[in-house]
Design a protein around this ligand. Structure first.
Ligand code: CA
Length: 234
């Protein structure tokens, strides 16, 4: 793999420069953007593997920009949120961020997260045990376009976290998957205390399923243990 490129979207100069030096010291290519326009300029002429984005930005905020980033299929996304801002964290994950970190954050923690997430992006080896299209109960998960297609033909483009979680379920139909297993598959990291990442992602996947009759029971909660996929893989 080539040196991964990281794009930092942050209007605060001190934070942005600190992050730049931090990741450059780790050997990454680093781009900076102060706002959405600059972010799109960087995307226009460079390969970006991972975006680290502050939510609180002038003009379009990070939550709006995240939707725009989500159209770029292979980009990882880590949000930086204000302290104790649960709403932002959950919204960020619902939009499809892969992970989030609360300010003030530990720089070492951020570099570890970034490395784990990039490793998830780069390794497609574990995708090879499933064909690129998997069908179950009339639904299809398409690995090429990373989308979920409903029995009536509705198409949901999935953020990587949702795709990976669903992929793991389809590889283990009928088995209980723990939050630990799911978070590792989704982000390459361990579960943290009060971590909402898995639950928010499952809620998102269920919402797609609930758009069609019979879809609401495809993923069931096993209290105190995790989640189980109850569909039948063709
Ligand atoms: Ca800011």
């Amino acid at each position: 793999m080539q040196t991964p490129n990281i794009l930092i979207v942050e209007d605060e100069v001190v934070t942005r420069t600190t992050l730049k030096s931090l990741f450059e010291a780790e050997g990454y290519g680093v781009f900076e953007a102060e706002n959405g326009d600059q972010m799109h300029d960087v995307f226009g002429s460079n390969n970006v593997d991972l975006v680290i984005m502050d939510i609180n930005l002038p003009g379009k905020n990070g939550l709006i920009l995240a939707r725009e980033v989500r159209d770029k299929k292979n980009v990882g996304l880590i949000f930086l949120t204000g302290r104790d801002n649960d709403v932002d964290r959950i919204l960020g994950l619902e939009i499809g961020a892969d992970d989030y970190l609360t300010k003030p954050f530990n720089p070492r923690e951020l570099t570890i997260r970034a490395r784990n997430l990039l490793a998830r992006t780069a390794s497609n080896a574990d995708d090879e045990d499933l064909p690129s299209k998997v069908s179950f109960n009339g639904w299809t998960l398409d690995g090429d376009s990373r989308s979920l297609i409903s029995p009536s033909g509705k198409e949901f483009r999935l953020p990587r976290s949702e795709f990976r979680a669903l992929h793991l379920f389809l590889s283990h139909p009928g088995k209980i998957l723990t939050r630990e297993q799911l978070i590792l598959e989704m982000t390459g990291r361990e579960l943290r205390p009060n971590d909402r990442t898995v639950d928010v992602t499952i809620r998102r996947i269920r919402k797609h399923f609930e758009s069609e009759e019979g879809g609401e029971d495809l993923i069931v909660t096993i209290h105190g243990e995790g989640y189980r996929f109850c569909g039948e893989v063709d």
